[in-house]
Design a protein around this ligand. Structure first.
Ligand code: NAP
Length: 302
């Protein structure tokens, strides 16, 4: 079986086109959606993420502010900046790039963000809203992107058995909640598997849709996948590769070549879930902007 490749870049571009239109429409009302991204320290991967978020926001016409703070920034200083952004009417979305340096209590920083501007969806108020099925909250961008990939690829989730590999607060747990919601892109029967799951291959083989988010390079092999299943690979792992100038290559949590030979559809890495995360961040920022201005907002997950 030749698997269909789910093209995350193309689907993200479609979301960006919708975002661009939404920004233009808001501008006719004199409103420009604004996103502030805060980075503490000089982790190169985080710096690259922040740069690409800023660039994409600008390309789509959003107001984008980047705060790059030194690694020695105190928690108090960071929270003071978050509070300033909470009060800034030009800013509708706030994101503090994870992970911060070890001396910072990330949880306390997240809780300092106004939940109405928490476009990452990590604030306890938004976590609770997702669990309650309250659609005016914010859902973390990567799970939202996975759901959008499925919807846009016409993969039916209603009644499907979806196995989510991984239970982190960033991906696995919110994704499971999202897929079991009532409505489009939901209504699935969800199983969450993790490092303590017994007979993991047996569990994953029972999936109509398998979503891997564990951070283990090529963990998912053909034996983990049922013939004809749909496979979404969230993983981004660096694997040493001396042949390449940079000395490593990026790979997902799925052994792409072997699994693609068996499944019906699969996302590549890179070019699958990755581009969706930033697309959903911008969609969430536009949603926050509309809500803060008392305008009707389509939910970003529809
Ligand atoms: P994480 O916080 O480290 O969580 C990993 C989860 O996987 C944990 O629940 C862990 O189980 C489980 N796990 C680890 N090894 C396992 C194994 N051998 N068998 C079964 N379960 C196992 O990671 P994360 O932040 O969720 O990220 C997961 C992956 O997604 C990473 O590669 C990350 O880079 C990638 N990611 C990509 C994007 C994107 O935009 N595409 C965004 C976020 C993350 P326990 O809970 O039992 O420890």
């Amino acid at each position: 079986m030749a698997a269909k490749i789910i093209d995350g870049k193309a689907i993200a571009n479609k979301v960006h086109a919708d975002s661009r239109r939404a920004v233009e429409e808001l501008k006719t009302r004199g409103i420009t959606p604004g996103l502030a991204v805060v980075l503490v320290g000089d982790d190169p991967a985080s710096r690259a993420y922040v740069r690409s978020k800023d660039k994409m926001c600008r390309e789509l016409g959003l107001h984008s502010v980047k705060h790059e703070l030194p690694a020695a920034t105190t928690q108090q200083e960071l929270i003071a900046l978050v509070e300033k952004l909470n009060a800034d009417p030009a800013i509708h979305g706030i994101l503090v790039q994870s992970p911060p340096p070890a001396h910072i209590d990330e949880r306390a920083v997240i809780e300092a963000i106004d939940p109405r501007k928490d476009v990452d969806g990590f604030h306890p108020v938004n976590v609770a809203k997702l669990a309650l099925g309250d659609r005016d909250g914010f859902v973390p961008c990567t799970p939202l992107g996975c759901q959008k990939l499925l919807v846009e690829s016409a993969v039916e989730t209603a009644g499907a058995h979806i196995v989510v590999l991984g239970r982190s607060m960033i991906v696995g747990k919110p994704l499971a909640l999202l897929l079991m919601q009532k409505g489009r892109g939901g209504d699935a029967t969800v199983t969450v598997a993790h490092s303590r799951t017994r007979n993991i291959a047996e569990v994953t083989r029972s999936a109509d849709i398998l979503i891997a988010a564990i951070g283990r390079a090529e963990f998912v092999q053909a034996e983990h996948v049922r013939e004809g299943a749909v496979v979404i690979d969230v993983g981004i792992n660096r694997v040493d590769d001396p042949i390449l100038d940079r000395g490593y290559r990026l790979t997902g949590d799925v052994d792409f070549a072997n699994v693609a030979a068996k499944c019906a559809a699969i996302t590549p890495v890179p070019g699958g879930v990755g581009p969706m995360t930033i697309a959903m961040l911008i969609a969430n920022t536009i949603k926050a902007c509309r809500q803060l201005h008392g305008l009707e907002s389509e939910t970003a997950w529809d």
